[in-house]
Write a protein that binds this ligand. Sequence first.
Ligand SMILES: Cc1cc2nc3c(=O)[nH]c(=O)nc-3n(C[C@H](O)[C@H](O)[C@H](O)COP(=O)(O)OP(=O)(O)OC[C@H]3O[C@@H](n4cnc5c(N)ncnc54)[C@H](O)[C@@H]3O)c2cc1C
Length: 626
Amino acid sequence: MSSPDRSLDEPDPLERTVPNASEALEVIEAARESKWERPSFAAGLFLGRVDPSLIFPYAAQSAEDQKVGDAFLAKLEPVLRKEVDPDEVDRTGELPAAAIQALAGLGCFGMKIPAEYGGLGLSQVNYNRAMALVSSYCGSTAVWLSAHQSIGVPQPLKMFGTDEQKKKYLPRLAKGEVSAFALTEPDVGSDPAKMSTTATPVDGGSAYLISGQKLWCTNGPVADLLVVMARTPDRVIRGKPRKQITAFIVEGKSAGLTVEHRCQFMGIRAIQNGLLKFKDVRVPKENILWGVGRGLKLALMTLNTGRLTLPAACVGASRRCLKIVQEWSLQRVQWGGPIGHHEAVAEKIGRMAADQFALEALVWLTSAWADRGDMDIRIEAAVAKLFGSESVWNTVDQTLQIRGGRGYETAQSLRGRGEKGIPVERIFRDMRINRIIEGTSEVMHLFIAREALDPHLQLGFDVILPGVAPAKRMKAMVRAGLFYAGWYPMQWLPGFLSARPAGLPGELAGHWRSVVGLSHRLARTLFHQMVRHRQGLEKRQVLLNRLVDVGVELFAMSAALSRAAWMAGQGKPEAVELAGLFCEQAKVRILRNFKELYNPADRPGMRGARRFLEGAYPWLEEEMID
Ligand SMILES: Cc1cc2nc3c(=O)[nH]c(=O)nc-3n(C[C@H](O)[C@H](O)[C@H](O)COP(=O)(O)OP(=O)(O)OC[C@H]3O[C@@H](n4cnc5c(N)ncnc54)[C@H](O)[C@@H]3O)c2cc1C
């Protein structure tokens, strides 16, 4: 454990202004599906319990499923090439109707819808392979398809709909009717529990009138169907009024539903995204999904699986970047050699290639686990989303840097002066959104931290919470004492005592032992921080973020090792090199995070932020035009 900086024991100047854990985080807890055959592998990393049997052998796609995916991708690629000109789509801000029709004709709007309802019934792996392919070519098209079926009506309907609802809506959606997911509002983004759109029961509860506004609803302006989250009347539970959020399937052409504004963005410029206004939009009670009061839980559970597609899209865009970098770094000669041979460029390429290997390992593993359906993958999906969106951002930024001035120039302009129209500038703009949608990177950190701490909180709640009856507190103390007496000493065991998982090449055994040892260090450090900060730990976001980042890297290392072992068995021994490289790089970042757990610049930074927000440095904003 790093030596603590005593001054951090003073109350954080920002804490006073930040409310306690939001209702959304409490709902996250409620959004857990409690019964799983297999526990979460990533959660175990935070608890110092690394179970190799959960991750070895790599959950590779079956030959049969791969054949289905290969056949679909073989049809998808020519349609994309023929119907979608990504630079034109970007320039005009429109995906042509003919392209949408061609994609619908291929079944792209029903990729995840079961065949019995007219969809293609693709596995999550094949769906994500398709989305990676689309994303490598055109970001806007990828978002059209993903908003429709990763989070739009098909996903929650499949998960929570009644048979009648599925029979009624899934065939329409499979044929190409477009859907959207409406959660965000002008005043609520990351904290949707505070939403103000209401759904008021009328006619004795046989229908509801929805009123309010939904912002940034992707596909919303053109949607035939939307899943809309709205507040239904509070219920009194144990004497206290409890907020109820309910999910409704809403027809896009409903009276009272209007598109107030089509939003424009820096990238993914051809998506249809808007501010929607609901004015007494009448929805029959039969359109409630899953039940009154379960809407926020539904939204969060939809996102648990839905957010696996976003890192798959990042895989596609990163592949494209790597291809660009490989060609350009050898072709472009400056200062006497190809730029890729200069150390400063080579260092970037090494990071990009290693990150891509780890990202693929994470994405295809979590997708396969989602298909298997027996494992709690909420943390894994959040890690894949966080790692994918951050790593693609680094990759595309470095690709732009390596392309130099050409990276900043539009594809159209490059073509206009006779060069190849390599669209790094567009990919850069398209990829930036990934760190914001489907949970910002900051919120993903909070989510993972909350989940990582949960086993301790479950044990310790009644020990540390004020106002708990003495007998209950004593019982909780005994329970926690027994657990920690066995658990804590184990967290000091070095990683080298752990056995090499079957199939892992010998060259990678040391990295696996590092995963185990660092997981123990993470678990005991988290525990020390809990003891130290107690309820206050949730507000120590910077400290928690560093520990979350350690867990993220450890999961990425584990996935990379497992995938490399599998690939080596498939006649691709080079995967071992790349997994080794990623592990080396990840370990450096992990050790830095441990070392900087209490960074001496943290407290002055917080103080500086507060002073700045109070307006203490007005001259920082002088002599500028806004
Ligand atoms: C192109 C696009 C497409 C979208 N599509 C959809 C869609 O289809 N459906 C839909 O419902 N929504 C959609 N959204 C909304 C998107 O999900 C939100 O933008 C996102 O949830 C963040 O909300 P916000 O923008 O209001 O940011 P805010 O919640 O206001 O956050 C602003 C900043 O503060 C940080 N922050 C907030 N809370 C905390 C905290 N507790 N601790 C630390 N940091 C915090 C955030 O990380 C962020 O950096 C879309 C948005 C865009 C731009």
